[in-house]
Design a protein around this ligand. Structure first.
Ligand SMILES: Cc1cc2nc3c(=O)[nH]c(=O)nc-3n(C[C@H](O)[C@H](O)[C@H](O)COP(=O)(O)O)c2cc1C
Length: 189
C-alpha cells in the first residue's frame, strides 16, 4: 500500500513472445500464438512482439539515439517479466531480421538477466545451429536462458495456420508456466 493510502498499482507481469520468422504462414509464429492462448488459461499474459519487421538495419552510430522502432523494441523487452523466443534456423544460423533485433537490444542491456525460454519447434535432429547461435548471442546479452523443444510441423496446423493439436497446446502451456515461474523468482530476488 502506498503512503498516500492509494493502493500501489500491481507490478506489470507480462511475457513477451518474439518470433524469428517474418513469414505469413510461419510455424514459429503460429506456435507463439498458441502458447499465448494456452497461457491465458493460467491467467498469464503473453504479448506477441510485432516490431522485429519494422526495425531498420542495426547501426552502432545510432545506438545512443536509436530510431523510435528500436526504442519501442527495447522498452518491450525491458518491461517484459520474461521472453519467449521461437526462431527458425536459416543457413545454419539465426535469421538476419531477428539477429538485427538482438543487436538493437544489446546496447541498452534490455535483456540483461532476463529470463528467456528459447522454444525449438523444428523436428529432432534439426535446428542445432540456430540453438548454438542463440545461446552465444544471448550469452552476450547476459540473459538467463533455457532451451525447450516442442516439435511442430505444418501438419499440426489447421487450415487457418493455427496449431490444432491438444498435446502440443498442453506442452506450450507448460513451457510458458515454467517461464512465468522463473520470471517470478527473478523478480522476487
Ligand atoms: C533461407 C532459408 C534457410 C534455411 N536454412 C535452414 C537450415 O540451415 N537448417 C534447417 O534445419 N532449416 C533451414 N530452413 C528451413 C526453416 O528453418 C524451416 O522452414 C522453418 O520451419 C521456417 O520457420 P517458419 O515456418 O516459422 O517460417 C531454411 C529456410 C529458409 C527460408
Amino acid at each position: 500500500m502506498a503512503e498516500t493510502g492509494h493502493p500501489a498499482s500491481p507490478p506489470r507481469f507480462e511475457i513477451l513472445a518474439i518470433s524469428g520468422s517474418l513469414r505469413r504462414a510461419s510455424i514459429n509464429s503460429a506456435v507463439l500464438r498458441a502458447a499465448a492462448q494456452a497461457a491465458a488459461r493460467d491467467g498469464l499474459r503473453v504479448a506477441l512482439a510485432d516490431s522485429v519487421r519494422s526495425l531498420p538495419p542495426f547501426d552502432p552510430d545510432r545506438d545512443t539515439e536509436p530510431p523510435a522502432s528500436a526504442r519501442r523494441f527495447r522498452k518491450a523487452c525491458e518491461d517484459a517479466a520474461g521472453v519467449l523466443l521461437a526462431v527458425p534456423e536459416y543457413t545454419f544460423g539465426i535469421p538476419g531480421a531477428f539477429k538485427n533485433a538482438l543487436d538493437w537490444a544489446v546496447g541498452s542491456g534490455s535483456l540483461y538477466l532476463k529470463p528467456i525460454t528459447v522454444l525449438k519447434v523444428s523436428p529432432p535432429g534439426r535446428g542445432a545451429c540456430v540453438r548454438e547461435g542463440l545461446s552465444l548471442a544471448l550469452e552476450a546479452h547476459g540473459a538467463d536462458v533455457v532451451h525447450r523443444s516442442v516439435p511442430v510441423s505444418r501438419h499440426d496446423l489447421d487450415m487457418h495456420g493455427e496449431v490444432d493439436d491438444a498435446r502440443i497446446v498442453a506442452e506450450l502451456r507448460t513451457v510458458v508456466a515454467e517461464l512465468a515461474e522463473r520470471a517470478r523468482t527473478a523478480a522476487a530476488a
